[in-house]
Design a protein around this ligand. Structure first.
Ligand SMILES: [Ca+2]
Length: 211
């Protein structure tokens, strides 16, 4: 009976560990540069039919901003979070805006080897059409032409990645720059070792004890 209770307790711990380590762009957001160890920000050559996304990454600042400045911020591309959340940028998202020639990019760098679940929601905040992408280690796993206020999602997609690999969330101008502000909710979750492996280990331990 005691063994059974121990097993149940261990399984409960294993179950809670299954939630994994969640890296969410909005929740992890810190306005001071250098304080987001897993995230960096930049721009890349705006993708076209000839140029794939993910070319010529160049770092750029990310910023907090008051709501009234958003449309008139200028200096595209930009990536910002509006802390007072009273206008335009929905709670739980960060806003991206490309320029004519450059896509806005948030780049996650994997802290360790492991299986990662990648998901994203892109929501148009203005009337323009924009191209949105998710890249893993430089290769696209998701591309979508997002028109106006529509929304599009990448369902959780699992990939194994070594430490130091990149996952990029990108908003491009889709050819021309007009009203392309886009809210992004980006999440990368490090998934723990499967419970099945734990169970096999526990089973082995139990059999060994019974001998
Ligand atoms: Ca556009």
């Amino acid at each position: 009976m005691k063994r059974l209770m121990t097993l149940v307790a261990v399984l409960c711990v294993a179950g809670s560990a299954m939630a994994g380590t969640v890296y969410n762009l909005t929740n992890d957001w810190v306005s001071s540069p250098g304080n987001m160890p897993n995230w960096s920000f930049g721009n890349e050559t705006a993708p076209t039919l000839e140029i794939p996304p993910g070319q010529n990454f160049s770092a750029m600042p990310h910023t907090d901003i008051g709501w009234a400045d958003i449309y008139w911020n200028g200096g595209e591309p930009w990536i910002l979070k509006c802390y007072n959340q009273v206008w335009v940028i929905p709670v739980g998202t960060v806003a991206f805006h490309p320029s004519n020639n450059l896509a806005a990019v948030a780049r996650f760098t994997t802290p360790e080897d492991g299986t990662y679940a990648i998901s994203a929601v892109f929501t148009g905040l203005d009337a323009g059409i924009k191209d949105v992408h998710v890249l893993v280690d430089g290769s696209s796993i998701y591309d979508f032409a997002l028109d106006g206020l529509a929304s599009t999602s990448l369902a959780p997609t699992q990939v194994f990645l070594a430490q130091g690999k990149t996952v990029e969330f990108i908003v491009g101008p889709y050819g021309f720059l007009t009203s392309d502000a886009t809210a992004v909710d980006a999440t990368v979750t490090l998934i723990p070792e499967p419970v099945s492996v734990l169970l096999l280990g526990l089973g082995g331990l139990y059999l060994k004890k019974r001998k």
